[in-house]
Design a protein around this ligand. Structure first.
Ligand SMILES: *Cc1c(COP(=O)(O)O)cnc(C)c1O
Length: 411
């Protein structure tokens, strides 16, 4: 390869240290692949489910069955999987609006929800939840764990929905373990049994053998252009969970009078099925890449999260740089190592929905898909790059060489 001997040596040595972690993650992928196969088999998936539909889409067997397959994979009663959902933010938004009513309170228990939800929850005069009379409370994590005492005192008569983010967002912390989310769900339900526990599951799917809906969350929500779309799904979002919740959310996605009885897709559903089939393996590729990046940058003297002795609970690798220059050099190297738009130089810009300027590297086949190798970083100290994805481990390994070389040259 075209890299300096030293760079290649660091990559190879780092990879050696990953072996045990790789083996464990491979067992998880095998388990999840079997889970997906079972769901396909139990629903007798055939070519007819991939068909294009148009108009209202009554009795759209491709749509209806896709929802059933997802529900089974997530151990949930029902699901909505739809290309009509434009992104993860949209899926989370319809879930919140579907469940919450005027006078209700939303309680976030893992700190602030993902950046793009801020305006949704507390924006002024834009039809936010606040505008509709839904109040909001927040309990932060303490050392990356739930603050049970604070959660207990925050719950009151108005609390309707408890929100938890499985992934780390733009924070220097590990993602939450699914079992911890289950414990928290049990805890809040013991305090108030009609509370709905909702989990932002973005970047968490198939990282573990369990999903939040299997351990007590009422709904799990995510994007189809992350883990669960396997790099194949062209767009969309999903909501899985209790039938009563999913129904309310379907009324918000379409209309209270029609719910999920309608919705066609002239492009056909094959990519959603195929993407789900590939997702356990693709998630494994991304996870192996994340572990390798962790070892490589740790050995080069940078702090990474999870720590080298820690476990991956989402697909993100956070790497802390000393300067803005290193951070930008890192993101540019990710772009340069991409199969698409490798000639493009990313710059920090004011992205809609984000507070700080953000630099994004995403040389992806599906525009902006972050199950494909990508990096994004808000431009603020400390300078943390959030790297995720990779359809093949080989690609991520090559990118690690590009990134290390670029960062060391910009030290
Ligand atoms: C990606 C993501 C979302 C939703 O983002 P979109 O870009 O709208 O798909 C929400 N929460 C987390 C933790 C995410 O990673």
């Amino acid at each position: 390869m075209q890299f300096d001997e030293n760079i290649l040596k660091i990559i190879e040595k780092s990879e050696e240290r990953c072996k045990d972690k790789f083996a464990k993650m491979e067992r998880t992928a095998l388990f999840n692949q079997n889970k997906v196969l079972d769901a396909f088999r139990n629903n007798n998936i055939g070519q007819r489910h991939f068909a294009q539909t148009n108009g209202y889409g009554y009795d759209d067997i491709g749509r209806d069955t896709l929802c059933k397959v997802f529900a089974e994979v997530f151990g949930a009663e029902a699901a909505i999987v739809s290309p009509l959902i434009v992104s993860g933010t949209h899926a989370l938004t319809i879930a919140l609006y579907g469940i919450l009513r005027p006078g209700d309170e939303m309680l976030a228990v893992s700190g602030a929800p993902y950046d793009t939800l801020k305006e949704v929850i507390t924006g002024d005069g834009i039809g936010s939840l606040k505008d509709f009379g839904v109040s909001y409370r927040q309990v932060d994590l303490v050392n990356g764990a739930f603050d049970y005492d604070a959660i207990k005192s925050a719950i009151n008569d108005k609390t309707k929905l408890v929100f938890v983010g499985r992934s780390r967002g733009y924070e220097w912390r590990d993602a939450l373990d699914v079992r911890e989310i289950g414990k928290m769900a049990k805890f809040v339900k013991e305090l108030k049994n009609d509370v709905i526990v909702m989990c932002d599951n973005c970047y968490g799917e198939f990282v573990d053998t369990l999903e939040p809906t299997e351990v007590g969350a009422d709904i799990a929500v995510g994007s189809m252009i992350k883990n669960i779309g396997g790099g194949i799904a062209p767009s969309g979002g999903y909501v899985c969970g209790k039938k009563s919740c999913v129904e309310q959310i379907a009324y918000r996605l379409t209309s209270p009078s029609i719910g999920m009885e309608v919705g066609s897709y002239a492009y056909g559903y094959r990519e959603f099925y195929q993407g789900l089939f590939l997702a356990p393996h693709v998630t494994l590729q991304a996870l192996k890449g994340s572990v390798l990046f962790g070892e490589v940058f740790d050995s080069a003297g940078y702090k990474t999260m999870p720590r080298p002795d820690g476990e991956c609970k989402d697909i993100i690798r956070s790497i802390m740089f000393d300067t803005e220059e290193e951070l930008i050099a890192f993101c540019r190297a990710v772009q340069k190592a991409s199969p698409v738009d490798s000639n493009v130089t990313p710059f920090p810009w004011d992205m809609p929905g984000y507070e700080h300027q953000v630099i994004m590297a995403a040389g992806t086949f599906v525009a902006g898909a972050s199950i494909e190798l990508s990096a994004d970083s808000p431009i603020k100290a400390p300078y943390i790059a959030y790297l995720q994805g990779g359809l093949t481990y080989e690609h991520v390994k090559i990118a690690a060489a590009y990134c290390l070389e670029s960062v060391l040259n910009n030290k």
